[in-house]
Write a protein that binds this ligand. Structure first.
Ligand SMILES: CC(C)(COP(=O)(O)OP(=O)(O)OC[C@H]1O[C@@H](n2cnc3c(N)ncnc32)[C@H](O)[C@@H]1OP(=O)(O)O)[C@@H](O)C(=O)NCCC(=O)NCCS
Length: 439
């Protein structure tokens, strides 16, 4: 258990606490997997069972979660759960620097208990945990707007895809015989999937890391539907892809793929065309070979949704990504630079102290006035816009449209552009149960 947080009284007979034992696990899972409490409105019984399996398996088998971070709000008078959240730990690569992320999930309150501050109380607890365990950022996908009120910023592409009608995929020539075949991955394939995944991320500067343990968890407990592409000439697994049916349309979405060869990619698209007909969606990153192949055949991109990020300690994050910042300086005209750079987030500011190309320190600065006649920082930028900049999601000039209150001293603009360029990034982060429902 994380020190300092146990049972917290919320008044009026309500308490907030972490999951403790097997009974709590089952009750938490039943809360999400039961249509009768209407947390998610009217969902199919299939959906409810999937959600139940998801909760059970996360708490029982995820290699890293702490049960105490599956939080419940309980009505002490009835012993019933009325609201929940949980923390799922993740790791990612930021240009060679490992960052730790906490994902907020399982957010829901029974309708008759809403607007009583139960999610707000759990968000506070979640953010205390994030700070205590020194996560670099927290991340969530969520209902529109809601998480902005807790300091979250929309910042990275999420669940985005290209779409292509199946008829645009050319059929194979009559005499053409593909050397590939497909088979469902099994638990023993965790090692090869980990390698293929890592290789598929080599074109990105920011992505979520998947350890061997995590692959094993996905395959064994979450029945992750990875399908391996086997080269029959060598017997080797040369790639993989995962698909889900598009519920409202006749079609299919490849939401993850690791493909490195044009012929293998064409084989997969043709296979999907013959198996599913209609529309084929190919999940990003845009650097992925299957997306590039689909684009060459005429695919177009669908609207982009975004992950929400929150950074509890911005100076700490900058210190952590120092190796990446120093590399950017090293390969630029600022190689060997010695200077201070004041980043002013308006309510707080800090100084990046570079000495001979190294980021020697990041010091908190006193209030930096940017009003008329005052000097201001080298860059003055609202905190939410800064998160987009640091994670390489947008450049300064792309941010100005929504944040005209960003200003940069002309003499500092070039170094700011060098320090915070656009980054190729993509997070997939699968954690749900994908298999048959046997509860
Ligand atoms: C969204 C949901 C979790 C909110 O739960 P809740 O217990 O009512 O939340 P709280 O009472 O703690 O409200 C926290 C704040 O959010 C506001 N709020 C509540 N629902 C909101 C919504 N749908 N959109 C925007 N703000 C909302 C409240 O007014 C409150 O603001 P305040 O603290 O400034 O007064 C709940 O409506 C729910 O379970 N919905 C269905 C499941 C769902 O959508 N889960 C989220 C998946 S990402």
């Amino acid at each position: 258990m994380v020190p300092g947080i146990g049972v917290e009284a919320l008044g009026d007979g309500m308490i907030m606490r972490g999951v403790r034992d097997d009974k709590d696990i089952s009750t938490f899972a039943a809360f999400h997997g039961s249509g009768s409490n209407k947390v998610y409105g009217r969902m199919s019984s299939e959906w409810c069972r999937v959600w139940r399996m998801t909760c059970e398996n996360l708490m029982r088998h995820h290699p890293e979660v702490l049960r105490d971070e599956f939080v419940i709000v309980e009505d002490e008078r009835t012993g019933e759960i009325v609201s929940t959240t949980c923390l799922l730990p993740w790791h990612c690569q930021y240009e060679g620097v490992s960052l730790d992320a906490a994902m907020l999930e399982e957010v829901g309150t029974r309708p008759e208990y809403r607007h009583r501050g139960f999610i707000r109380a759990q968000m506070d607890r979640f953010h205390r945990n994030v700070a205590d365990r020194r996560f670099d950022f927290s991340i969530i996908w969520g209902i529109p707007y809601f998480y902005r009120q807790y300091g979250y910023t929309y910042a990275l592409d999420m669940q985005t895809a290209d779409t292509i009608p199946a008829w645009e995929i050319p059929d194979a020539g009559k005499s053409e015989k593909s050397p590939y075949r497909i088979r469902d991955a099994v638990e023993d394939d965790a090692g090869v999937l980990a390698q293929l995944y890592q290789r598929s991320r080599s074109s990105l500067q920011l992505y979520d890391i998947r350890s061997l343990d995590y692959w094993q968890f996905l395959l064994k407990w979450m029945k992750y539907p990875a399908r391996l592409i086997i080269d029959t000439r060598t017997g080797e697994s040369v790639g993989y892809f995962c698909v889900e049916k598009l519920e409202e349309k006749e079609g299919i979405k490849v939401y993850e793929s690791a493909i490195f060869d044009n012929d293998a990619g064409m084989f997969v698209l043709r296979h999907l065309k013959s198996e599913f007909g209609n529309e084929i969606q190919v999940g990003w990153p845009q650097t992925g070979e299957l997306v590039r192949l689909a684009r060459s055949l005429g695919s177009t991109s669908l609207p982009v949704y975004q992950w929400l990020l929150r950074v509890p300690d911005v100076e700490g994050l900058i210190r952590k990504i120092a190796p990446a910042l120093e590399r950017r300086i090293e390969i630029s005209v600022f190689n060997g630079m010695t200077r201070d750079l004041c980043v002013n987030l308006y309510k707080k500011a800090f100084m990046l102290r570079f000495r001979h190309g190294k980021l020697e320190n990041v010091d908190a600065a006193d209030f930096v006035d940017s009003s008329i006649g005052a000097e201001g920082g080298d860059i003055n930028i609202p905190p939410d816009a800064f998160i987009r900049l640091v994670f390489g999601y947008r450049k300064i000039d792309q941010l100005l449209d929504a944040w005209p209150d960003i200003t940069v001293k002309p003499e500092s603009r070039y170094i700011v552009e060098v320090l915070f360029p656009l980054m190729k990034s993509y997070f997939v982060m699968p954690w749900q149960y994908y298999g048959p429902v046997d509860l």
